[in-house]
Every structure is written in C-alpha cells, then in structure tokens.
Write a protein that binds this ligand. Structure first.
Ligand SMILES: CC(C)(COP(=O)(O)OP(=O)(O)OC[C@H]1O[C@@H](n2cnc3c(N)ncnc32)[C@H](O)[C@@H]1OP(=O)(O)O)[C@@H](O)C(=O)NCCC(=O)NCCS
Length: 224
C-alpha cells in the first residue's frame, strides 16, 4: 500500500493521471490514489469511481495525504498546491508512470513532479517541483527544468537545455542547438507554440511559434 494521494482537478488531465497513479513509483515511494479535489464539488459525487471532495473536506478526511494538481495552467497549479499545503496536505512524492524509461541514478525529481506514459528521460537531468511532463515526451541529457513547468504531449528536448520555472512547451515542440556549457534556455513563463522548433534562447514571458520558432508575442501569458 502506498502513501495516500489526492489529485487536485478531475478534468481530462486529472482523469488521465488517475488511470495509472496507483502504479506509479519513484525512489521506492508508491501511491494509493484515494480521490480528487474539486472546489466546485458538493462532496457526494464520484469520477471514475473515485470520490470528489472540496479541498476542506479532503483535507479533513485525509490529513497529511499527498497532493498533485492536474491543471495545465502553471500559475493555477501553484495556487492550488499552496492552498492544499495550507490545509496540511503535502506535495506528493514524484509520480512516474511505470513504463517511463528513466536513468534513476542520474535524474533528480522534485516533489509533485508528474511523468506520464511513453516518456523517455535520459541522464543527468533535474526536474523541479510540480513540473508536468506529458505523454510521449523525450528529455535528453544535461537538461535542467525548473518548477511548475509544463511539457505538453510529444515535446522533445534535445540535449542540453535549461527550462525555467513556469515555462510552457506546446504539443510536439522541439528544442535543438543546446551545447556543452551553453544550454538552450527557455526563460521563466515563456510559451512555446505547438509544433515549434526552438533553435535559440527564448526570453522570459515570450511566446514563440513556428519552424524555426519566431516571437509572436513578447509578453503573452495565454498558454492554452
Ligand atoms: C502559440 C500559442 C500559445 C499562441 O496562442 P495565441 O497567443 O492565442 O495566438 P493566436 O492564436 O492569436 O495566433 C497568433 C498568430 O500565431 C500563429 N500561430 C499560433 N499558434 C501557432 C503555432 N503553434 N505554430 C505556428 N503559428 C502559430 C497564428 O496563426 C497567428 O498568426 P497570424 O497573426 O499570421 O494570423 C498557441 O497557438 C499554441 O500553440 N498553444 C499550445 C497549445 C498546446 O499545445 N496545448 C497542449 C494541451 S495538452
């Protein structure tokens, strides 16, 4: 039996993670998914056979349970985690799908990290707290990813990158051109469009898209 786990958010992402969360394990810490948190819930409904509670009810019933927030918007994710921790819930140990190919000896993961099926994480990689790496991503050697970043399905980080906090990489985006001593850098809160090929550093808060990626907005915060 693993540590009790709550997923904050019962939308598409939450239901996808719920499908395998109780099989996830990292550093010999396993999870036992007990329910969802949704602040709009009345407290008596279920989703995929699991109870959905408002935060206060979940925290009262399962004090000390672990929590991850399954929402794509990283600022909302951070706010939900802060609210959950204020009730005594704790950031869950990393959730790594059992089929993920990962060099466990040389990869460090922060609390609340989620790594979904069919992803490959090679070696000498750090991933910050509550970053979400979706299905079928590739993260190659010598890459540092900050906290609350988001890699959408099929993201491919070629070797040597620095991805800062709250960066959002759209579906099928690719980085190239990182080199030893000069990682390709995507700044804090930057947004990478779906299908983009990022060939040069992206400044914080900037939205880029296309092949090769070009700036389409110097300060957008829309990541959906
Ligand atoms: C890049 C993105 C953030 C831009 O969104 P936006 O700020 O609302 O921009 P708009 O839709 O107004 O588009 C602005 C321009 O960029 C172009 N554009 C938008 N997304 C693009 C993309 N992915 N690739 C190439 N061009 C793109 C639009 O065609 C438009 O061009 P125009 O000015 O010549 O008409 C968004 O389109 C995107 O790709 N989001 C990623 C979604 C995703 O992967 N979600 C994962 C869910 S799991």
């Amino acid at each position: 039996m693993g540590h009790p786990l709550l997923i904050y958010g019962a939308g598409g992402s939450g239901r996808e993670i719920a499908a395998w969360a109780s099989r996830a394990c990292w550093a010999e810490v396993a999870h036992d998914l007990i329910g969802f948190i949704d602040d709009r819930a009345a407290g008596d409904e279920t989703v995929h056979g699991l109870p959905v509670w408002p935060l206060a009810v979940a925290a009262a019933r399962h004090p000390g349970a672990g929590v991850i927030a399954a929402v794509g918007d990283s600022r909302l994710r951070a706010a939900l985690i802060a609210a959950a921790e204020a009730t005594g819930l704790i950031s869950a140990a990393p959730l790594v799908h059992p089929g993920v190919e990962i060099d466990a000896d040389y990869v460090r993961l922060g609390a609340g990290v989620v790594i979904c099926p069919r992803t490959v994480i090679t070696t000498d990689i750090e991933v910050g707290a509550h970053t979400q790496i979706n299905v079928s991503c590739t993260v190659m050697h010598d890459t540092v990813i900050g906290a609350f970043a988001t890699l959408s399905p099929g993201t491919c980080l070629s070797g040597t990158n620095r991805i800062d906090d709250h960066a959002f990489l759209g579906t099928g985006s690719v980085t190239v051109n990182g080199a030893p001593g000069r990682p390709l850098r995507i700044g804090a809160g930057a947004i990478i469009g779906a299908g983009a090929v990022v060939t040069a550093d992206v400044a914080p808060g900037t939205t880029v898209a296309g092949v090769p990626a070009r700036v389409i907005s110097p300060g957008s915060t829309n990541n959906r």
